[in-house]
Design a protein around this ligand. Structure first.
Ligand code: NYM
Ligand code: MG
Length: 230
């Protein structure tokens, strides 16, 4: 691709279970980058504004029932439909701070423990999507999350299920993920994120980094295929 290895925006993903503080941290990070003169946007998956996203929203709010495999593919399709715009923004120099990505997709479906829907199956539809330049994993125990006023009303927001989600994240975690202790005060966590994000933004700005692809080895968050199915 001609636009590879040109100065570009950074693709930064924040992951973690529900109530870890991802949305707050993403918002603060984008405000900080913008104030520093870095073009930055906050994105989130699922993106509930698209036609596919509306189906996902209706599923998450229990207004509809969708087969588990089918809804998994919708979450993935929701990323694929944003792929072109995502790449366009990065190559135009905009840094994207993204609240959840394919890692949530894999962890939440695999946590259901359904026959046939193992981690390898869950990863397959996202293969080839743009890989983030950095994954920050906001780590928080279920007990600490519950102490924050409990989970919400949406599907999946139950302690027992969240435990399984955390197990899945742990199983797919790659050494390239940056673990952030999400039990810290908001400002301390944000300071850590800013410091690490600045390095990633500068690296992409220098124009030495091509956008990788999921789940290729070498790409951030890419799991070695040999570790699948374990
Ligand atoms: N979720 C999110 C999935 O099950 N699969 C996915 O691919 C993604 C991106 O949606 N409980 C789940 C995780 C959350 C829920 O996300 C809604 P949020 O960030 O609370 O809007
Ligand atoms: Mg939520």
């Amino acid at each position: 691709m001609a636009s590879q290895n040109q100065p570009r925006g950074a693709f930064i993903v924040l992951e973690g279970a529900d109530r870890a503080g991802k949305s707050t941290q993403c918002q603060m990070l984008v405000e900080h980058l913008t104030a520093k003169g870095v073009a930055a946007e906050l994105w989130r998956f699922p993106d509930r504004t698209t036609a596919v996203g509306k189906m996902i929203n209706s599923y998450l709010t229990s207004q509809s029932e969708i087969d588990d495999a089918a809804v998994h593919l919708l979450f993935s399709a929701n990323r694929w439909e944003k792929r072109e715009e995502l790449l366009r923004k990065l190559h135009a120099g905009t840094t994207l701070v993204v609240d959840r990505y394919a890692y949530s997709g894999v962890a939440f479906t695999a946590a259901k423990g359904l026959p046939g829907l193992d981690r390898a199956w869950c990863m397959a539809p996202d293969a080839g999507l743009p890989a983030p330049d950095a994954v920050f994993f906001l780590s928080l125990t279920v007990e600490a999350a519950e102490a924050r006023g409990g989970y919400g009303e949406e599907r999946y927001e139950k302690a027992e299920f969240q435990r399984k989600v955390l197990d899945q994240f742990a199983a797919m975690r790659s050494s390239s993920w940056r673990m952030i202790d999400a039990s810290q005060p908001i400002d301390a966590m944000q300071r850590q994120l800013r410091e690490q994000a600045a390095v990633v933004v500068a690296r992409c700005q220098r124009g030495t980094e091509a956008v990788g692809k999921l789940w290729e080895s070498g790409a951030v968050g890419g799991a070695p295929l040999t570790q699948l199915n374990q």
